[in-house]
Design a protein around this ligand. Structure first.
Ligand SMILES: *Cc1c(COP(=O)(O)O)cnc(C)c1O
Length: 357
């Protein structure tokens, strides 16, 4: 099989050994003679997968014992819709930081349910930085932010201090670095950026902060219901949960989240150093807010793009065209991307700079 350096922003690269085990389980799940795709979600072997996946989320992130993990379908975007319902009192208020497309969508959903205050925003500069030093009022029901901005390539290096429960969309940097879970009422993430295939969203939450609003909820929208039913209120996304479990096992074998952070820091340094060293390229975000996961950059002379595109395609690099709202390039360097792939891109950039600079 051709070796491709996969920089896709999501769904994205997963470890090769995870793909091999996942492929095997489709044919014969743990020697049962049955496919993982044809067994009941309530069968003992799948219940074991779910239990293990839930435990690994908590173990990898060092979550307090009483926190609960739920896997649901619907994507992180369903989370945008569920959060105000589960955490905002009727007639209450919520505070949001707006640092990009996904935060904007979360705000839009919150506005459907009540007063939504945007306490910080970087929209004035096309979301190219992380707002700092803002105040979160004490009279809101919760504060929501997006830890890593997948599209614009910015990332919080320090999390805002909040007098109210904090909810974080960590879709594109969960498991990329250690976090103090006890600081969050809820961390949620779509699987397809660092954890597994599309189809599952993980919710890691403090059950003491759930079910407190007095709002009448449909059972499908009620996080407490899903937690009480161990993610089995309805059929969970079984295969996405299984492959996520395999990826989490891989992370654990690799040394856990602290080891992931070291790998990610080395990869990010390699690429950002090249962006800064080669005058033909320019980063699109504030240097101190640069994401370790998604590096965005442009060619100073956009007319050179076709020539650059031809070169990286020839080097079997895939998926570095920027999102349409930023243009240029975006190199997504999720946990599973090896540093060799980053070196391959840097080699291409250097070659291009010497021949076109
Ligand atoms: C991709 C992404 C989402 C959307 O996830 P879906 O699973 O497509 O709903 C939300 N937030 C962030 C930060 C993302 O990167």
């Amino acid at each position: 099989m051709k070796k491709v350096h996969n920089y896709s922003a999501g769904p994205c690269i997963l470890p090769r050994e995870v793909f091999e085990k996942a492929a095997q389980a489709v044919l014969d799940f743990e020697g049962s003679g049955l496919s993982i795709l044809e067994i009941s979600h309530r069968s003992k072997p799948f219940e074991a997968v779910m239990t293990k996946a839930q435990a690994l989320v908590k173990e990898l992130l060092g979550a307090p014992d009483h926190y609960q993990v739920v896997f649901l379908g619907g994507g992180a975007s369903m989370g945008f819709h569920m959060i105000p319902q589960n955490y905002m009192k009727p007639g209450g208020k919520a505070a949001y930081a707006n640092t990009g497309e996904w935060a904007t969508r979360a705000i839009k959903e919150s506005k459907m349910f009540g007063d939504t205050v945007v306490v910080a925003s970087s929209e004035d500069k096309n979301f190219s930085y992380i707002p700092k030093g803002f105040d979160i009022p004490g009279d809101v029901d919760y504060f929501h932010f997006t830890s890593n901005n997948t599209i614009f390539g910015t990332q919080y290096k320090q999390f805002p201090k909040s007098p109210v429960p904090v909810i974080c969309d960590m879709s594109s940097d969960i498991f990329s670095r250690p976090v103090n879970v006890a600081d969050f009422a809820l961390i949620y993430a779509g699987a397809q950026k660092n954890m597994g295939p599309a189809g599952a969203t993980v919710y890691l939450m403090d059950p003491e902060k759930l079910g407190k609003t007095g709002r009448k909820l449909s059972p499908m929208m009620d996080l407490k219901n899903h937690a009480d039913k161990e993610s089995m209120y309805n059929t969970p996304p079984v295969y996405a949960v299984y492959v996520s479990m395999l990826t989490m096992e891989w992370m654990k074998r690799m040394g856990g989240v602290a080891a992931m952070e070291q790998r990610n820091a080395a990869k990010a340094k390699l690429l950002y150093d090249a962006i800064d060293r080669l005058p033909i390229f320019k980063g699109t975000t504030a240097v101190e807010d640069r994401s370790m996961m998604n590096a965005t950059f442009v060619l100073n002379d956009a007319s050179l793009e076709p020539a650059f595109d031809a070169l990286w395609k020839e080097a079997n690099i895939s998926g570095i065209r920027g999102h349409r709202s930023v243009g240029g390039y975006r190199a997504s360097m999720y946990n599973a991307l090896p540093i060799e792939s980053v070196q391959a891109l840097v080699d291409v950039m250097e070659h291009f700079a010497t021949t076109h600079g």
